[in-house]
Design a protein around this ligand. Sequence first.
Ligand code: E4P
Length: 217
Amino acid sequence: MKFFVDTADTAEITELAATGLLDGVTTNPSLIQKAGRDFIEVVREICGIVPGPVSAEVVALDHDGMMREAEILRKVADNVCIKVPLTIDGLKTCKALSSDGTMVNVTLCFSANQALLAAKAGASFISPFVGRHDDVGFDGMQLIADIRTIYDNYDFGTEILVASVRHPVHVLESAKIGADVMTAPPAVIRALFNHPLTEKGIQGFLADWAKTGQKIG
Ligand code: E4P
């Protein structure tokens, strides 16, 4: 499963990229607002840090406007992935861009039928929002499982990018279902490394090692 980080904070991205485990980045207008930086400038910088797909979202709601914005965004770097909302105009834009060889991430997906439409429109990625789905009383993970079944039934190449990930269990369940990608905030990715028994084990080994009086090298 590929790991994307869901942030526009370039310091966080640089730190996580240094682990060698980061495959891409997702941003959205709220994350750009939180970063407090010029949109194009920050996307360009992120594309230079991570060679994988970097999602940058259009804000126009009509097809022509989305195409105009996508034209500007895709010139920023070769690894920009245009993010469009799951609307009729968004999918029209997805079809046009993907037919032209541009990577497209269809965002704000909340049903398996929406994911089916995005795949038919040639999306590179579909982003089902599991956390927001759970928030309103639906089962986000069931949505991922349903999309996996549908995409496998028809051999769609669209990658399932689990979004709105809130905690490590979302990551675990996504991996068990066979999602292609997950995108999570930096804190959730960091939490994946931790286990209290790992920490306790290190402390125990170090204490015993100190008693040997030895050094390596
Ligand atoms: C995905 O691309 C979105 O940016 C993101 O996962 C939204 O997550 P949120 O529900 O935590 O805002």
